[in-house]
Design a protein around this ligand. Structure first.
Ligand SMILES: *Cc1c(COP(=O)(O)O)cnc(C)c1O
Length: 398
């Protein structure tokens, strides 16, 4: 019996993707094995994070890296690093920032619920630019001069949310920020694949980058990566790790810590609540290696086969299926199902609700519901569920 059913929780068919609400990505066997092995022994976490730093640096081209408990946590830790650096008094004070620069500049069009993680460290967001295209009131995106005009003595850095069509380009923002001696923190949580982004984003010269470990990397759901400048990653590590030790005994690994930078040991920092376990770290590193080596590309053919099977099974449904091809070769397609609401007598929203309420519950991609579209993302699907999935879709679309 399903371990979830024993708890009275009904497992679902996840056709929505690696979303957090539905438990992230499936972990491959080597990742689960690594998790189990790591659970059997103890290690000092700062040593393990130093090893993680070496491996992340190797894969990303960044100077250093830290395994965090998600990209959202990486945003909080990255911001805390930018605000407090190695100043023990500031580390102690966060999220209170009285008396030191705390403004992070962000394009208005890049704001989202995830920037709460930046604010949580104590930063105040200063918005620049407009959202004219969405407002249907203009043709221009945010421009570099707008960021530059917002810089004051209170500015601590810039937050930049990476998308394939982010504008202005990251390297332009980095060049401008560095002229003003300001760091750039990049949210690239969902920007993998393409696999090339793993190196391309950190090697723009940006100061810090956040990736999710529980999305396409297929690591534990509550893992992420913060990588970039060694001094900033080091500050983030100091603010996350357990600091209950004696200064006389503290022997931190030099890849991650430079004791000459601090005059003592900070107490537990703002990141103490964002701890990540040794099992999670080891499992994430295993997944990262598999992802970086292209191991997951083998699944692309199977993903496409599943989507084609579902589409074939819906040939009589009151809906139209269309394959949405990916932007890059190492990404998977999505199956878009446009509901013929007039013929069916139900909206896409109602179909989506009925799918969730049925047996087994089916969760589909819901970004296009208001335009009458459901999406099938194959990443969390297997051949074992394709028949059930097709049957439930056909039932609700007939
Ligand atoms: C998923 C996501 C996050 C959060 O990532 P977690 O690893 O779930 O914490 C942050 N920003 C963006 C843009 C995301 O898509």
């Amino acid at each position: 019996m399903s371990i979830f059913r024993q708890l009275g929780v009904e497992p679902i068919i996840n056709a929505c993707g690696t979303v957090t609400r539905l438990g992230g990505a499936p972990m491959p066997t080597p990742v689960l094995d690594a998790f189990a092995q790591a659970a059997a022994e103890s290690v000092p976490l700062e040593r393990l994070q130093a090893a993680a730093s070496r491996q992340i640096a190797n894969v990303t081209g960044a100077d250093a890296g830290l395994v965090t408990c998600g990209a959202a946590a990486a945003l909080t830790l990255g911001t805390a690093a930018i605000l407090a650096r190695h100043n023990l008094a500031r580390i102690e004070k966060l999220p209170c920032t009285d008396g030191f620069p705390n403004e992070m500049i962000i394009a208005r069009e890049q704001r989202s619920g995830y920037d709460h993680s930046v604010r949580a460290a104590g930063a105040t967001l200063v918005e620049v630019g407009f959202n004219e295209i969405i407002a249907n009131a203009g043709v221009r995106r945010t421009e570099v001069w707008e960021y530059e005009a917002a810089i004051t003595h209170q500015t601590a850095g810039i937050v930049y949310v990476h998308a394939h069509d982010s504008c202005p380009g990251l390297s332009e923002i980095v060049a401008m920020a560095h002229e003003h001696d300001l760091p750039v923190l990049v949210d690239a949580a969902g920007e993998l694949p393409p696999r090339s982004n793993l190196k391309d984003i950190p090697t723009t010269g940006t100061d810090l980058v956040c990736f999710s470990g529980g999305k396409a990397i297929h690591g534990p759901q509550s893992t992420g990566i913060l990588c970039g400048r060694r001094d900033l990653v080091s500050s983030a590590a100091l603010q996350m790790l357990d600091m209950d030790d004696h200064l006389e005994l503290w022997d931190p690994p030099d890849e991650l810590f430079d004791p000459s930078r601090v005059t003592g040991i900070p107490r537990h920092g703002i990141g103490r609540g964002l701890k990540v376990s040794k099992e999670q770290i080891v499992a994430l590193l295993t997944a990262l290696d598999l992802f970086a080596s292209g191991e997951f590309d083998r699944q692309l053919i199977e993903y496409r086969r599943i989507l084609n099977t579902v589409a074939d099974g819906l040939s009589t449904a009151k809906a139209n299926c269309r394959m949405l091809e990916p932007l890059t070769q190492d990404r998977w397609p999505l199956l878009e199902i446009t509901v013929d609401s007039a013929a069916l007598g139900r909206s896409a929203m109602e179909v989506c609700r009925a799918l969730r309420g049925g047996s087994p519950p089916v969760y589909v991609g819901h970004a296009g519901l208001h335009e009458g579209r459901l999406q099938i993302n194959p990443v969390c699907l297997t051949a074992a569920v394709e028949t059930e999935l097709t049957r439930r879709l056909l039932e609700e679309l007939s």
